[in-house]
Design a protein around this ligand. Sequence first.
Ligand code: ADP
Length: 570
Amino acid sequence: MEERGKTPEDVSALQRQIEQLTQKLSEAEATIDDLNKKSQGSARAASEVEEIAPISELDSTLRRLVQRIAMILQADKVLMMFYDREAGELMGIPPAFGIDEDILGMVRMRATQGVSGEVFREGRPTIFHDAVEDERTVGDPFAILHVQNGVTVPLVIEKRDEENRVIDRTTIGVLHAFNKRHGEDFNDEDVRLLERMAKSAASIISNLRLYQEIVEEKEELLHTLESLSAGIVLVNTDRRVMQMNASARTIFNVGMEAIGSELISIVKDQSVSDLIGSGLEGRDSEPIEIALTTDGRQERVFQVQTAQVKSEEGRLIGAVGIFNDVTELKNIERMKSAFVATVSHELRTPLTAIKGFISTLLMDDTFPEEDRREFYTIIDHECDRLTRLINDLLNIARIEAGESLKPTYEAVDLIQLARKVVLIQRQGTAKHEIVLEAPESMPEIIGDSDKIDQILTNLVGNAVKYSPGGGKVTVKIEVKDPDVIISISDQGIGIPKDHLPKVFERFHRVHTEDNRKIYGTGLGLFLVKHLVEQIHLGKVWAESELGEGSTFFVQLPLKLDVAKAEDMNK
Ligand code: ADP
């Protein structure tokens, strides 16, 4: 579930989409209900059968109807042909009587030909007495069916208004009865009988087709709902769960059996149940935030919104509850406010120092040269600190905007660079022993020297900063062809295991008792990661033992593939 970075606009667009989907789903269900009811009517009309047939039995009703036609007309074979609009063809459809299913599949013909085509186009029934001799049968698939004589009527669906007047007629195909038994011929009475039964057959076929289409549409909608990352709970007016997608089942830790159960037994949280219930009472709620413990342990924050679901005629069918997991969003929000607080602090501290020393110097120009030099050095350092912070912020903004930090690749003497960083860092602390362990010499690597400087400065700076009690900081360079591995170890406060992979995320800071007094923005390692991975196609990771110290590793290729790196940083 990729929820990170989802904006409120995305969320509300998603919500609209879900509302539309559930609306459509309910409509599909209502139509299926409707069809079921109608089918009971047409099934009765079709065969005057006593029992009421639901839609699932329409198939067998149709089969019985076809048998009845054969019986009443004393025909050896009965065939229905359906017009396939796309192909422009009439094709045999099941059920048939006296015709093999395999052969049925081969019965296809142009709708412009033969007796079948004529009856279909003109909508008038016909009798033919000798299929072989009759010229009208050219193009009919009668040879393969061994047809001698027959009667053919159109399959017509009639739409009627409330006063039972026909308002629309659609011919969907033709109905044949072939080979009158006992060597007899079909007559006008047979035509009338067949026409009557064709009406029932047409209505059943069209209902079956419509039913199939809607069932398919429903499946598709269910599939879409199922795969949404938001949790969806659809309840009917009796507060029973009608639908619950995979995300919702995970949130409430239930399986498919939840569908059909009472809402309160599934959503144990009374406030959630009430919220969805309030949707039924006509109050579409404003989105609210609820914390739920999902898999028994983890608490996650959901933005929950409910909406009514109405049928096309505006009848209330139920309500839908939409659960959006906004945990990450909330975390980022929290981190951002913490970030604003720390940045303000980080800006104020050097500014206070600079202002303090300048005011002192302004007020009193009798300070000895030595003191003045010290003040100026502090001011100089604090200015550097401000510049670094502002550069970090600018760089983060660039990375976030997807812009490159524009590397300049050149040959870099890594050992000399590390020596310089160590020297500068030593000046900032008296409590730490910073040592460099490097081979006598190594080949120059390809990289952006300023940016490698920044990587090392950041990591050594952190090693000093996060070992407030002092100790040894070791910078080690090891050549492991085709890479060089730089490690920076300290004996400081260490990093809790569960934070290790996260310290490279922007704004991420560890909040423990030891960390509390050490200020920072949570940006340094995010930048380091970018500079190593994106700019130098390398790797960076950390190992640590809480209370024992940490080691940060940077792996850089000895021979950077400059073309590839430039391509990635265009
Ligand atoms: P900042 O130091 O400004 O908070 P960083 O991105 O440099 O930001 O570091 C992120 C977090 O990782 C720090 O807040 C700290 O909790 C932890 N961290 C980084 N380096 C070390 C280290 N050497 N020892 C212990 N914790 C560290």
